[in-house]
Design a protein. Structure first.
Length: 436
């Protein structure tokens, strides 16, 4: 066997993920050389403070605080962007690509917000831009969608793509309050000190925008995703889900309906028999539905330094394997599909309604639902203190019609408390959903 080709690599960032990439490249050097005939060697790593003491410090002279030492070096063949943020990161990545240097990135916000400009820069420089690590860390879903599923006509992507919220919801199901569950997630390192991006659904929205873009080959902007977080969820929702043999999950859904794309993220009731219901703790899962594959579910760690670094290294290796030609090197976007107007995505819904407990009220509720074309599949009434709590599961209806019916119900004089609705995720008919 001839000696492996030397490939000088630069890292933008040497934090949790960057240092793990360095370690995996060193520990896996022989495996990579055997598989690809190349030896990837970290020669530069950009940090804010090169003088700071670090646990896994690279060799002397590798750390630098000056981006010019990477881009103007001339010897760097590949770059992994693992510094995060949108500025100045986006400018750095674009400049490298324009200079013909391939970049792989773990940065979902950058790809979701600036994908078009970055792929333009990549095309200009004839360099590859890859982003496997930006969605669900260790789960190789981007490569699967672009390569293995190229002829399957994927038309629906369902995902639990935020581990922090999945952990928090699991703790709430086990009896914790939202505040305690979030504090525990922070203590275990699953949640940032400022958890807004996770609990508001924004992190999941960026990942779903990327997944939808790749799955359907048409750009989905982050602003086009309908987003709701778990911050507005109430303990009663978790209790009602349990009674319905369902689980509350933060679910991302992207669908292709005809020539239009709809993407949303929000808390949903997931039927206990659905594959997404069994995703525990900080794990992620993505379910893909397509004509030729029916259904395929991937599950795995959606974060973590080593897990994310494994996807970065996989992308670096893929760049080497596809450096001559091949569709994977280009922008995954090849067409421009319209967006489904907000509120048109259909789903069965769970409704929680509180009303005065007297004759005729049920009929009025049914009337309001029917006038929006929302039909009831199941209904359970629990007596409250002078009022009744109604748990309703509807047949499939567009979100906008359900919201309109809720507005009308809230305005009824008999209405008590705040009526709320969450989509239901189930592969069974709603009639079969059990009540305990
Ligand atoms: N950690 C995860 O589990 C995970 C999972 C999926 C995706 N990601 C993504 O991976 C990326 C990196 O995450 P991380 O957890 O490794 O972050 P991190 O530990 O905070 O590391 C960031 C690194 O980038 C450097 N850096 C940041 N801003 C810089 C700037 N303006 N100029 C020069 N250097 C700069 C920092 O330098 P100093 O060391 O001097 O501070 C540090 O080395 C992010 O895009 C994140 O979203 C992370």
């Amino acid at each position: 066997m001839s000696a492996p080709v030397d490939v000088p690599v630069a890292l933008l960032g040497y934090g949790t993920v960057g240092s793990a990439v360095h370690r995996l490249l060193e520990d896996g050097a022989e495996d990579i050389a055997r598989a690809t005939g190349h030896r990837l060697r970290v020669v530069r790593a950009l940090v804010r403070d090169p003088g700071r003491e670090r646990e896994h410090a690279p060799a002397h002279g590798v750390l630098t605080g000056d981006f010019r030492r990477i881009v103007d070096d001339g010897g760097v063949a590949l770059v992994a962007e693992v510094m995060g943020g949108v500025e100045p990161t986006g400018e750095y990545v674009a400049e490298l690509l324009r200079r013909g240097i391939p970049v792989v990135t773990a940065n979902k916000q950058l790809v979701a917000r600036h994908g078009p400009e970055l792929f333009e820069a990549a095309a200009e420089g004839g360099a590859q831009l890859r982003f496997e690590a930006s969605v669900c860390a260790a789960i190789p879903v981007i490569k699967l969608l672009r390569e293995s599923l190229v002829v399957t006509n994927v038309h629906r992507v369902l995902g639990i793509v935020n581990g922090t919220t999945n952990f928090v919801l699991g703790e709430m199901e086990a009896g914790s309050t939202y505040a305690d569950a979030l504090a525990e997630a922070q203590r275990l390192g699953y949640a940032e000190a400022d958890p807004t991006e996770d609990v508001s659904g924004l992190d999941a929205a960026a990942k779903m925008a990327i997944l939808a873009t790749v799955a359907f080959g048409s750009r989905v902007a982050l602003e086009g995703v309908e987003v709701a977080g778990i911050d507005a969820l109430r303990d009663e929702h978790v209790a009602a889900a349990r009674a319905l043999e369902m689980r509350v999950k933060l679910v991302g859904e992207a669908v292709l309906v005809g020539e239009r794309v709809g993407v949303r993220v929000g808390p949903a009731f997931v039927d206990a028999h659905h594959p997404l219901a069994s995703i525990e703790g900080a794990f992620n899962a993505v379910m893909l539905q397509g004509d030729a594959i029916r259904e395929l579910t991937l599950e795995g760690p959606g974060a973590g330094g080593t897990e994310t670094a494994s996807a970065i290294v996989a992308d670096l290796v893929s760049v080497l394997g596809a450096s001559e030609a091949g569709f994977l090197r280009d922008d995954p976007v090849w067409r421009s599909l319209g967006a489904l107007p907000h509120g048109e995505l259909p789903s069965p819904y769970y409704l929680r309604l509180e009303v005065e407990d007297r004759a005729g009220v049920l009929a009025r509720l049914a009337q309001e639902l029917a006038s929006e074309g929302v039909s009831v599949a199941r209904l359970v009434q629990q007596p409250g203190d002078g009022h009744a709590v109604l748990h309703v599961v509807t047949h499939e209806a567009p979100a906008g019609r359900v919201e309109a019916a809720l507005r009308a119900i809230r305005a009824l004089p008999e209405s008590r408390g705040d009526a709320s609705a969450l989509p239901v995720v189930s592969s069974r008919g709603v009639e079969e959903l059990g009540w305990t």
